[in-house]
Structure formats: C-alpha cells, structure tokens
Design a binder for this molecule. Structure first.
Ligand code: 2AL
Length: 249
C-alpha cells in the first residue's frame, strides 16, 4: 500500500518565493501562516540567487535553479510539502521530480480553487507582458472554459508594495466584476497575497490568493497520505553528473 507521510498532524511546509526580494517573502510567509492549520509549520524562504522579481520567461527560467536548490535542501530538512509562490509556477514539474511530498504552484492552486466555487474567473496580474504567461498556464491546466479574462494593472511586481498599487488592483478587480461576467477573481502575483481578504470584502465576491489555497491543498494532500508519484516522469531525476551548475540530485 502507498501512504505518504504521517498524516496531517505537525507537518512542515516550505513556501518558496522564487524571487530574491526578502520583503515579498515576508508578505508571502504571513499569508501562508495566517491560513495554515495551527499544527503546520510554515518555512518561508527565497533563493539567494536569481531575479528580484519575476516578470517574464527569462526571469522564470533563471528562477528555476534557485527553486530547485530550495527543494533539494527541503528534502534534507524533511519537509512534508512545498508551495512555489510565483504565479508563473516556474520549475514546477522539475521540483516535483526532486520532492517526495506534494509540490503545488500558486497559479494551479488558485485556478483549481476558483473552478470549485465559480463557473468563471478573471485573473488580475501585474505587468501586461505577464498576461501571456498566465494564458499559457490556463491552457496547460485545462482552465480555458473557466477563464473569462486576464487583466493587468501595468505595474511591476516590486511596485506592489506601494499604496497606489493596491488602489490599482482594486480598480482592475472592479472592472473585471463589471465587464467579465466572472464569479471569482484570482490575484495573479504572490506579492498580492495580503490583499485577498480586503478585496473580497470590498467587492463582495471571492478573491483568491494562490498562496493561501496552495497551503491548504498541501495540507489536504499530506493529510490524505498523498505525495508526488515516484512512478514514471516524476520519478527522481536520473543520477548523472551535471557539469558546472547544480549538484547532482
Ligand atoms: C510574479 C509573482 O507571483 N512573483 C513574482 O516575482 N512575479 N508574478 C507576476 N505575474 O508578476
């Protein structure tokens, strides 16, 4: 019989902010801790190396190395599961190859959560150029029929810490509510993790922060005795030298 872990009690979840901005890791960690069960320990971290924010394909590719490093360390630290806290879900499948426990990306978590509670959702993201990244994920996760619109506030990730960015997110959510015929809104950046409750109250519809729902999905999977399948393509990487980059898995 296959059973992963020891059940829901006292689990350790590593929440990885794939960019190197520590203040954003703190926002993500607070959001994760405020929703986690009292018996779950949240370990929020970011890689030492990589982009300060992830706003394109190049940033995503570079961030994957740091993410995989954190997963590798997490396995040694006996983490029960992981959250990749960036809305592009960078490095997700590679991370799953390295991990015994579940690894959940915040975009996939948010889209699946939205599909459980609404027949249509809109996504509000940061820079316009990140809209295509969200669109690719909508297609990959089979969410096309749920996704009404992908909107952007045209502000950078690091601008999210400014008060005017919060006003811009609220204004874009109001447009979504008015124009998109959506029953839920997904926040398209981990840097918006502290806004979902405020926005839900302002707008009167569910506004989903992927960090929060990803933590709950990891808790649910580990609690159900489910880890990443080590059969087939998500088996541990083939042991071989990796020249000049990361240590062998
Ligand atoms: C993100 C995110 O979640 N973190 C980051 O650095 N960039 N995504 C985004 N659409 O801006």
């Amino acid at each position: 019989m296959y059973i992963y872990g020891q059940g829901a009690e006292g689990m350790k979840i590593k929440v990885i902010n794939p960019n190197t901005t520590v203040s954003m890791t703190q926002i993500i960690g607070s959001a994760a801790r405020s929703i986690a069960s009292s018996t779950t320990e949240i370990i929020a971290c970011n890689p030492a190396m990589g982009p300060v924010s992830i706003e394109g394909h190049y940033d995503e590719a570079l961030s994957a190395i740091g993410i995989l490093d954190e997963i590798r360390k997490g396995e040694a630290e006996k983490m029960d599961g992981y959250v990749i806290a960036c809305f592009g879900d960078p490095g997700l499948m590679a991370a799953r190859e390295l991990a015994r426990g579940p690894v959940i990306g915040i975009a996939e978590a948010a889209m699946h959560a939205a599909s459980f509670i609404a027949t249509g959702f809109s996504i509000v993201t940061t820079l316009g150029r990140t809209r295509v990244i969200a669109q690719h994920l909508v297609e990959r996760y089979g969410m096309t029929r749920f996704c009404r619109q992908i909107r952007s506030i045209d502000l950078s990730v690091l601008n999210l810490e400014e008060a005017y960015a919060k006003t811009a997110v609220l204004a874009e959510c109001r447009m979504a509510l008015k124009e998109d015929d959506c029953g839920a809104i997904i926040l398209g950046c981990a840097g918006m993790a502290d806004l979902s409750i405020w926005l839900s109250n302002e707008l009167g519809i569910p506004v989903i922060d992927g960090v929060s729902v990803a933590v709950k999905f990891v808790e649910a999977l580990v609690g159900a005795g489910l880890g990443t399948s080590k059969t087939g393509d998500l088996a541990y990487p083939i042991s071989k030298p990796y020249t000049g980059i990361a240590p062998s898995p």
